[in-house]
Design a protein around this ligand. Structure first.
Ligand code: 6PG
Length: 238
């Protein structure tokens, strides 16, 4: 059951980033005071790149950050499609997060199921056997309503462990499951640009049963948008 729902629509991607940095500074301060660290599961894709680059310039308690991913493509970590590589280039290579607090999905076993299970073991180790209660699980959405690597109509949506193998039209992906994401203290969908306006309208105004609509975190659910992505919402668009 979602404890609170926030729809935050910012004028543009730049002001969205400014708000995102403010929230990370607020949330990390609270988390570190309460539990001594701030855990974030990051999204891949293109949308968050500008946010990660701006985060790298911001004042943050980096030494107390623990970094995870919501999903990963099944490629080597130095592959152009790797979410880990994208995050390393935009953020991790530019901030002083201790390397033993950065937990990428492994992708070298030659079998996605083995690597997905290994990541579940890592999460269990880091979270003392409990479900991962990320302080922020940052997610994107695709034009088909997928999030992380939970694609419409795939078995991954039914998985009830910590991780599973996603299926993007036959391409294997590694992903957190719906229950693993839902145990987050906060889930923040980070979406911007006119190209996402149609799927945002569907996701926020229709019961379409799409993967991004199935995520109901026990904590806060935040949809962080810019006006362009919100343009087809009844209260926003003209
Ligand atoms: C990935 C992401 C994926 C992404 C959406 C949106 O591995 O690509 O985790 O879920 O967030 O596909 O991607 P864009 O931000 O590139 O539109």
């Amino acid at each position: 059951m979602v404890r609170s729902f926030h729809l935050d629509i910012r004028p543009d991607a730049q002001t969205q980033i400014v708000r995102g940095i403010e929230l990370f500074q607020q949330w990390s301060k609270i988390a570190i005071a309460d539990r001594g660290f701030f855990s974030v599961a990051l999204s891949g894709g293109n949308t968050p790149k500008a946010f990660y680059s701006a985060l790298a310039e911001a004042e943050m308690p980096w030494d107390k950050f623990y970094i995870f991913w919501g999903d990963e493509r099944y490629v080597p970590h130095d592959h152009p499609d790797s979410n880990f590589r994208m995050t390393r280039e935009t953020l991790l290579d530019r901030v002083p997060i201790p390397s033993d607090r950065v937990f990428p999905f492994p992708t070298s076993a030659g079998d996605p199921a083995i690597d997905a299970a290994a990541y579940a073991d890592t999460l269990k180790q880091v979270f003392n056997g409990e479900w991962p209660d990320f302080d922020c699980n940052l997610l994107g959405v695709g034009g088909d309503g997928h999030t992380a690597s939970l694609f419409p109509g795939t078995d991954a949506l039914k998985a009830n462990g910590w991780t599973t193998v996603g299926d993007k039209s036959g391409e294997p992906r590694l992903t957190l499951t719906v229950p693993a994401i839902e145990h987050s203290r906060r889930v923040m969908f980070w979406v911007n640009g006119a190209g996402k306006a149609s799927i945002i309208k569907t996701l926020l105004t229709e019961s379409a049963g799409l993967p991004a609509q199935q995520i109901r975190p026990e904590g806060e659910l935040i949809w962080m948008l810019d006006v362009a992505a919100a343009a087809e919402l009844p209260l926003v668009g003209i």
